[in-house]
Design a protein around this ligand. Structure first.
Ligand code: GDP
Length: 447
């Protein structure tokens, strides 16, 4: 099966690797273009040394020509790869020649989109291709590779199979209304649903970790005005980016900064002080800060020796699953040593954002949090996947409620149908054109 009647071509360059480049062609004309360059039929999956010539017979470049007849190719169609010396000028000339021979320029992600449409990859694997290319850290790249290999998709498929099994049971009950009540009261159904929910929760935890491996961790820096939030952010980032001033309440907007610590990505958000305020603008800042705290992975509370007890109250009143770290800043003024203490609820670090004393210890903690669980088969994931799993979780919770009420069978079946749909969106079993457009347009050309 093929989805492209036309043949596409693009330059595929290794990200950042100057000098490595190829022209990639996919579609029915790929063998014709191959024969035009080689002067004969190429052998399948064989590296031919060829002279790439333009229409007038002038040499463009010499290099390797590899033909991958469909369906045993990346896209599932006939694919051709021309590897030249990699100069951008030569690659352009080679691409132009392919277009003269009947190909058209590929859109970003179109090769992978065709692979998806031809069933070579599912949607989560296709997204992982882009994530492998975009990875900025080794742990991130390794996790994305696992998703590309289908580790995450296999987990989703297992869950889907369990869910369908349960659906079959419940749909069967609806077909026999006189026995429905007894049928649904069967402990097997309750047990199946219970296991399904447990497995979903476990996958959700791993998927959230996958997002962290892909995107880095979101670190919210909170604290009263002048606590030293901007200074600490600068000390961590190593560059003067956030505005540092003595006037309380300057950090009204949430300032974002992304930094990389030994390959682990940290997204910092410098927020307004969380103190209560009558100032309208500042109130808005506090509202945003609270929102930030609710969705961050790590909350850094910045305070000092005098305010620590009072400031710990800033954590109250905000729902967050974030790991909490309390930073007691300005130790240079208090004349105390940099140190670290752990209690059950949080770690406490004494440091100076100004002198940099103790900042490395914080960096280490953040790096460890960003790469936590990166070993043992961890896969990468996207926020979209987490959202889908959360929707599934809500439907399963409503399924459990439905089983105890009237019209139990129909209501439960309806919830499970929605759950299956949301789960199917992850791998693209169910997918709208909008979703596909959003996924593939974020690719680079040639992938
Ligand atoms: P924010 O309002 O929480 O972002 O605080 P700033 O980072 O703007 O810092 C407020 C003031 O405290 C500035 O004058 C900083 O130079 C000063 N400051 C921040 N950290 C330290 C520190 O560790 N030691 C000392 N002595 N001053 C600091």
């Amino acid at each position: 099966m093929t989805h492209g009647d036309d043949t596409i071509a693009a330059i595929a360059t290794g990200a950042g690797a100057a000098g490595v480049g190829a022209v990639r062609v996919s579609g029915p004309l790929a063998p014709v273009i191959a024969a035009a360059f080689l002067g004969r039929e190429p052998k399948a999956r064989h590296a031919h040394f060829a002279a790439f010539r333009d229409a007038g017979g002038e040499l463009i470049d010499r290099g390797l020509l590899i033909s991958f007849p469909g369906p045993a190719s990346y896209t599932g169609e006939h694919v051709l790869e021309l590897q030249g010396h990699g100069s951008a000028v030569l690659l352009d000339a080679l691409l132009r020649r392919c277009i003269e021979l009947g190909a058209r320029l590929a859109r970003p992600g179109e090769f992978t989109e065709r692979a998806f449409l031809n069933g070579k990859l599912d949607l989560a694997q296709a997204e992982a291709v882009a994530d492998v290319v975009a990875a900025t850290s080794e742990v991130g790249a390794r996790a994305a590779l696992r998703s590309m290999e289908g580790v995450f998709s296999a987990r989703v498929d297992d869950l889907l199979a369990e869910l369908i099994g349960l659906r079959v049971h419940i749909e069967a009950a609806i077909d026999f209304p006189e026995e429905e009540i007894d049928f649904l009261a069967n402990p097997v159904i309750g047990a199946q649903l219970h296991t399904l929910r447990e497995n979903l929760d476990a996958l959700l935890v791993e998927t959230r970790r996958g997002v962290r491996l892909n995107d880095g961790i979101a670190v919210a820096i909170i604290g009263r005005p002048n606590a030293g939030k901007s200074s600490l952010m600068n000390a961590l980032a190593g560059e003067d980016r956030a505005i540092v001033t003595d006037i309380a309440g300057t950090t009204r907007d949430v300032l974002r900064e992304s930094i990389s610590i030994d390959g682990a990505t940290l997204e910092l958000a410098d927020t307004a002080g969380l103190r209560e305020s009558d100032d309208v603008v500042e109130k808005e800042g506090i509202r945003r800060a609270r929102a930030q705290l609710a969705r961050c992975d790590v909350a850094l509370l910045i305070t000092d020796e005098q305010h620590v007890t009072e400031d710990l109250g800033l954590f109250d009143g905000t729902q967050t699953h974030a790991t909490r770290i309390v930073v007691i800043n300005k130790i240079d003024l208090a004349h105390v040593e940099a140190r670290r203490e752990s209690s059950g609820a949080h770690d406490t670090l004494w440091l100076s954002a100004l002198t940099g004393d103790g900042v490395d210890a914080l960096r280490t903690i953040l790096k460890d949090l960003a790469t936590a669980g990166a070993g043992d088969g961890a896969f990468s994931a996207r926020r979209r996947h987490v959202v889908a799993l959360e929707v599934v979780r809500d439907h399963l919770s409503r399924t459990a409620d439905a089983l105890h009420g009237s019209h139990a069978g129909e209501l439960a079946a309806e919830e499970l149908r929605h759950a299956q749909q949301a789960l199917g969106e992850i791998t693209g079993t169910y997918s709208s054109d909008d979703l596909l457009g959003a996924v593939f347009s974020s690719f680079c050309i040639g992938k």
